[in-house]
Write a new protein. Structure first.
Lengths: 291, 869
């Protein structure tokens, strides 16, 4: 049985999966697997962009979304004419001949993966490029989106062969409970970051101990400010409230009510260094060596 | 289930859009029933086993990276089918309806009037007659040949310059000299520090990719985007490399106003600097290093001349202004503490600097100053030491291949039909020349135009000291231009002073404009006669995919995929059609068929020494093996680093020249490019800083880079890329506008919401765009890709398509440098008021009546009388 395995940590957001899918399916009729996809507006695989954080701590996460080829596929259950079927290899296909255009499947899909073609009056979605896998197996062992992926972020293969990936992967919408066949790694978790500096010396503060304490659970996370005075807390849960404590050489600063409703850049945080353990430029990172 | 056929045949292509002879981003094109059915990455193992083609491997800490065994084309390459079948393709020859070569020419209506279909015979008759008339009336130099720049990768049918071959047989022409358009600052600046260099970039630059991979602790991506510009040339190998560097712990710091696409996924640290203020930041870094003794004194003593003069300026001994981090912070917008930290980290860690051309860093006013300062900073840290290099990632410095001799197709020993078109892109080989950056000025000026240096890509350092005049003296055949023939119709959207360019093309002095192009876009709509050109899918050719940093260099026989669309012909054939009317067909073809030419090019590449012709013909491609001893190639400036006396640089002193005696001698009064690089606040040429009085009216710095979804102006009409949120923003009027990035705080100040239509403007004009409100850009700046397709509401003033260069400075990099300055200039942005748009609708109804298809943009039939029916 086939699965898709998607590693977001190496997705550079090139959109080539979305483009390759259109290249394969727009204006090409692969009946009985699929009728042509409209030129625009349908995304059998589509990229969602998340711009996370605020200047100057910002990241972009790209999430390719595709039909989950569920083992408990709600689209199949709702399809009265039985146009949607699951193949032995796990792929779920809409038979364009049998589809009556009732649109129930699109409403039933919790993953937003089913599209409707008004001109042809049929539901359409990812076929896993089954027409290529079946008809040209020497050339094709994976669908177009996976074939083109320049970084290896998208994979497609036997569940057994990808079991190591699946072991520590997540589902995009576990609550849907549809036995999805699409596994993700590195789905975004919230971050909190900032830059610590001494407003008198106008120097970044290196090596400060930064502690983030969950106001409700008391759980704490620690980090140390780096050579740019930057501290990062990654992998935080959504919608928590934290108290941030910053400490260096007996100097201390507290930032309250740091919320993870969104990713947070706390900006440049001044901390006056009244107490100092040693002289010299505080930002100095150590001996400079030349190669 | 019955078997279905997925294709009839597969042909090979370079899907890169750098132009000339092939670059990379190779692809396999599947054809079925005479149509392109799919475009996909090339599987290098199609006809070869991996063990037959020696591969390279770069290693660090037990991890390794190898070239991928398939090509890595970018999105517009994979979507090229849409370009081939675009509703914007020119399908037959056209003549402007109100242009009569024997009567009224109505130059004032260029960019406004529509076109009507004519036959090839009529079109070529008119062009041949016009050439003869102009030659007789004014002499041959009265024709400007614009045939240079990027485009599809083809060798025999290379997209530019064939008309130059024809015109040269008729006594010459005025050559539009293509200038650096993505590396101005190194060409006009860095060259004077490290001598020549390829295009002004660091040279030698062999093997630096491996050396940085093995030795660098951090890489500064300074105003560069490895996830954008390489795509159009070689594809996405740079992306894989950046991910590998992350894996082995090479820290990646991005210094740029925008969280560009590379920074978005690779940056360990983003330092948002104001556009075109890098020189201040660089000077402050030097200040910290000098004050804290954080530079390689021994290297500076032995490898550098002029350090003392530079240090005097940095410390303020020369002008009373120490270039402290506090001073710089006020200019460049980076906090003082971050500048100090960056300076110490740069000095404390083995550091390379990476670019891949373009970006805001190198394309603004006075860009030669930060181009030079970059070399100086690297020089102060031992340029050439292990892991200390200047990259155009991976344009230079990939592992050497066996048998790779280089394709110098401007070699005059080979067929003119191969050499001359390329010469016109890289040299200034005609008697009367015009730098591309001065064309609009030259047309509008009634006085001769003078300039220093041609700006030709292959121009030597010393050429920058030569003074040129256009037109040349009458007794030498000099004439103003009265006719233009372009196969590179993107002057408006890709170069400086777009609005002035539009108006110049309406100047009555210009009696005839001929354009040849596959798509009706940009400058085409100012032409009087338009000839339809076909795409690379429609021709037989041979490609040498060895340039610009390809990961698997190869030679490829590219059979045509489909029959030509409409009545289109290849760029070469178009010129042959005109030559037939002038009795010069044989001069152009040299009696050689495409097949003959393919075989000749194979011969020039090395012929039998590489691969038997029969084998190449059968397999359609051949891949170069990696040289066995590639790791022995000294990386970059290593030999100079090790012994500067034995391995002199091509500078007058043989060393890195922080102070340039040559500049001092030739331009003693140059305040913009003095002998040592400086911070230039403003000049007679450019007044584009936030400190300017102009900033009261135009308080934002506009930055532009090459497009993520285009290669300069190429590919603006691809329906599939136009669905990406950073490619186009659909306005409330249904028009797809070019996105203008702005920070939420700048948007809020102006009452602008994401998706609003906004007006970007300064004294030079107005450009409409769609607001893309994002944290990917710092305050004080707005960002827009250059190269969007020109759609005039009012020619020379109001632009709807988003061609931002229409309001870029019309001037050049600085007085003595004919580069373009198209990023880092002042604008204001407002939400577009509907009353204003309604007024334009009333005043310029024809601009709003043109047929528009949101998916693809303007269509060919929008410009044809009665929609081409």
């Amino acid at each position: 049985m086939k699965v898709f395995a998607i590693d977001l940590s190496v997705c550079n957001g090139c959109y080539c999966c979305q483009i390759a899918c259109k290249d394969e399916h727009v204006a090409n009729d692969w009946s009985p697997y699929a009728k042509p996809q409209p030129d625009t507006g349908q995304f059998w695989i589509g990229i969602t962009e998340l711009v996370r954080g605020q200047v100057p701590k910002v990241k972009v996460t790209y999430i390719p979304r595709i039909c989950h080829h569920c083992d408990d596929a709600p689209c199949m259950e709702t399809c009265k004419p039985g146009a949607i079927y699951k193949r032995e290899d796990g792929l779920v296909i809409v038979d364009p001949e049998k589809c009556t255009g009732c649109k129930l499947c699109a409403d039933a899909c919790p993953h937003g993966a089913m599209f409707f073609n008004e001109n042809l009056n049929i539901a359409q979605k990812c076929t896993g490029c089954a027409h290529l896998l079946d008809n040209d197996p020497e050339e094709w062992s994976v669908p177009r989106c996976v074939d083109q992926c320049p970084t290896g972020a998208l994979k497609f293969g036997e569940e057994e062969d990808l079991k190591d990936f699946i072991a520590d992967a997540e589902l995009l919408s576990p609550a849907a409970g549809t036995k999805s066949r699409v596994y993700y790694k590195h789905l975004p978790k919230k971050f909190v970051g900032g830059t610590l500096y001494d407003p008198v010396e106008k120097e970044v503060i290196i090596g400060a101990v930064c502690t983030l304490k969950d106001d409700a659970s008391g759980e704490t996370f620690t980090a140390e400010s780096d050579s740019f005075g930057d501290f990062w807390f990654r992998g935080l849960k959504d919608d928590r409230s934290f108290t941030l404590t910053l400490e260096k050489d007996g100097n201390r600063k507290t930032v309250k009510d740091v919320r993870t409703d969104i990713d947070r850049s706390l900006g440049d945080i001044p901390m006056e260094m009244r107490k100092s353990s040693k002289g010299g430029p505080k930002g100095f990172a150590g001996a400079v060596s030349y190669p | 289930m019955a078997k279905i056929k997925t294709k009839d045949k597969t042909v090979l292509r370079s899907l890169g859009l750098g132009g000339f002879f092939g670059g990379g981003a190779e692809g396999m094109v599947d054809v079925k029933d005479g149509k392109i059915v799919r475009v996909r990455p090339m599987k290098y193992g199609w006809k070869y086993k991996k063990e037959e083609v020696r591969q390279w491997k770069m290693e660090r800490d037990g991890k390794s990276i190898e070239p991928s065994w398939k090509s890595l084309p970018g999105p517009f390459s994979l979507a090229y089918k849409k370009r081939v079948y675009s509703p914007n393709r020119i399908k037959y020859p056209l003549k402007r309806v109100d242009w009569d070569p024997n009567g009224e020419r109505n130059p004032q209506n260029r960019g406004k009037s529509k076109y009507k279909r004519i036959s090839w015979d009529e079109a070529t008759d008119i062009i041949a007659a016009e050439i003869r008339r102009i030659h007789k009336q004014y002499g041959p130099y009265a024709i400007l040949m614009q045939g240079d720049g990027h485009g599809e990768c083809k060798t025999i049918n290379t997209p530019h310059g064939h008309s130059g071959t024809l015109l040269d047989h008729m006594g010459g022409f005025t050559l539009q000299v293509r200038n650096p358009d993505s590396w101005e600052g190194w060409y006009w600046g860095a060259k004077h520090v490290w001598g020549q260099g390829v295009q002004g970039n660091m040279w030698p630059a062999a093997n630096i990719v491996n050396d940085t991979t093995e030795h660098a602790e951090q890489v500064l991506f300074w105003g560069c985007d490895p996830e954008t510009t390489p795509w159009g040339f070689t594809g996405q190998f740079a992306s894989r490399l950046c991910y590998f560097w992350k894996e082995v712990g090479i820290r990646q710091i991005y210094i740029c106003p925008d969280l560009n696409y590379g920074a978005a996924v690779h940056a360990d640290k983003w330092i948002p600097v104001l556009p075109n203020t890098d020189a201040a930041l660089q000077l402050a870094i030097a200040y910290v290093w000098i004050k804290e003794e954080l530079y390689n004194k021994e290297y500076v003593d032995t490898h550098v001349v002029g350090f003392d003069k530079f240090a005097e300026y940095v410390l303020g001994d020369e002008d009373g202004v120490p270039k402290t981090p506090a001073w710089a912070s006020g200019k460049c917008g980076v906090p003082e503490w971050t500048i100090k930290a960056l300076a110490r980290e740069f000095a404390g860690k083995v550091t390379s600097i990476a670019h891949y051309f373009g970006g805001g860093f190198i394309r603004g006013p006075f860009s030669h100053e930060h181009g030079r300062l970059e070399v100086i900073l690297l020089g102060m840290q031992g340029l050439g030491a292990p892991g200390v290099h200047h990259h155009q990632l991976t344009y230079f410095g990939m592992p050497r291949k066996e048998g790779l001799a280089g394709t110098f197709f401007w070699n005059p020993e080979i067929e003119e039909r191969l050499s001359v078109p390329v010469m016109s892109s890289v040299t200034a080989w005609q008697q009367q020349i015009l730098p591309k950056t001065l064309v609009h000025k030259a047309i509008e000026s009634d006085e001769p135009v003078t300039f220093h240096g041609t700006g030709a890509i292959e121009g030597l350092v010393k050429d920058q000291f030569n003074k040129y005049t256009y037109p040349i003296p009458k007794e030498e055949g000099g004439s103003e231009i009265h006719m233009m023939w372009t196969d590179t119709p993107c002057r408006i959207t890709c170069w400086n002073g777009g609005n002035e360019t539009e108006l110049a093309m309406r100047n009555p002095k210009i009696e005839t404009i001929v354009a040849q192009h596959p798509w009706l876009e940009n400058d085409c709509i100012y032409a009087d006669i338009i000839l339809p050109v076909n795409t690379y899918m429609e021709v037989d050719d041979i490609l040498t995919n060895i340039r610009q940093g390809t990961q698997q260099p190869n030679i490829m026989l590219a059979d045509r995929a489909i029959a030509p669309v409409g009545e289109s012909k290849s760029d070469f054939e178009v010129v042959v059609e005109v030559a037939k009317k002038l009795g010069l067909e044989e001069k152009l073809t040299e009696g050689l068929s495409v097949f003959d030419m393919q075989k000749k090019v194979w011969g020039y590449m090395g012929g039998e020494k590489l691969v038997r012709w029969e084998e190449l013909k059968e397999k359609k491609y051949w891949m170069y093996p990696t040289a066995r001893d590639w790791k022995d190639d000294p990386p970059g400036f290593r030999l100079f680093y090790e012994d500067p006396e034995k391995n002199r640089l091509p500078t007058p002193s043989g060393k890195l020249e922080f102070y340039s005696e040559s500049l001092a001698r030739h331009f003693p009064d140059d305040k913009e490019r003095p002998p040592i690089p400086k911070w230039i606040e403003k000049s007679a040429m450019h007044d584009e800083r936030l400190s300017s009085h102009r900033a009261k009216m135009f308080p934002l710095l506009l930055m532009s880079n090459h497009g993520r979804w285009r290669v300069h102006s190429q590919c603006d009409d691809i329906t599939w890329t136009r669905e990406a949120p950073t490619c186009k923003v659909t306005g409330p009027d249904g028009y797809k506008y070019e996105p203008l990035w702005l920070n939420p705080k700048e948007a809020e100040k102006r009452g602008i919401k994401n998706g609003d239509i906004v007006k970007i403007f300064n004294e030079r004009g107005i450009v409409l765009a769609g607001a893309y409100v994002t944290e990917r850009l710092r305050e004080g700046v707005v960002y827009i890709d250059h190269g969007a397709r020109h759609d005039p509401i009012k020619t020379g003033e109001i632009e709807r398509g988003g061609a931002i260069n229409t309001i870029s400075p019309a001037g050049i990099t600085s007085e003595n440098c004919v580069g373009q300055a198209t990023s880092g200039y002042l604008v204001q942005v407002e939400k577009l008021r509907w009353e204003e748009m309604d007024r334009w609708r009333r005043e310029y109804p024809e601009a709003f009546a043109r047929k528009y298809d949101p998916a693809a943009g303007l269509r060919f039939d929008a410009w044809i009388e009665e929609g081409g029916k």
